[in-house]
Design a protein around this ligand. Sequence first.
Ligand code: MG
Length: 219
Amino acid sequence: MTYYIFKDKTEDKIQVGKLVCLARSYIKHAKEMHTNTTEDPLLFLKPTSSVIFNEQSIIIPKMSKCLHHEVELGVVIGKKCKNVSQKEALDYVLGYLVCLDITARDIQDKAKKNSWPWTIAKSFDTFAPISDVVLKDKIKNPNNLDLSLKINGKIRQSSNTKYMIYSVERIIEFVSSIMTLEKGDLIMTGTPEGVGEIVAGDKLEANLGNFCFLKVDVK
Ligand code: MG
């Protein structure tokens, strides 16, 4: 069992549920990947077994020669829901976190070429580092949050969730039109531009404004 850690130590134990991830949700990232954005969000799943926390390590798997970092806003679902409208979407949010969607880019590139699913590229153990959760009432507008990633002290990704193509409300509406969202599910909303390689020894520090902080290294 994997449980969230809360910034304010006020919540009960909440298990990490399914990880629903968006791809190509920032125009500049879609461009750097030489691809297009889509009208509806593009989704894939990561397993809960990928989750690690602050001060833990991303482990480079033997199968990959090229891991990439993707810093993202994570939305933690607080109540079971299905077919939620944008208007009521935030009622179902428990809180937010900053996360990394670690990707074996070489495996993903091969999958894309062959029209295979991305599951292997996205699902190794340690490929979903997540920060502590900040409760929803601390963040008035999730659609205007600074998001950044430093590697070895140098800024590698820096953006704001206002540049996402889809609002958090629209994402919840869309995802919940497909699958029931349950308490503890995590939506990883996709990365802005600036993705790149990480190698053994790197130290990663991700921030969501002044709300959430995540520090992990690579082994
Ligand atoms: Mg991603």
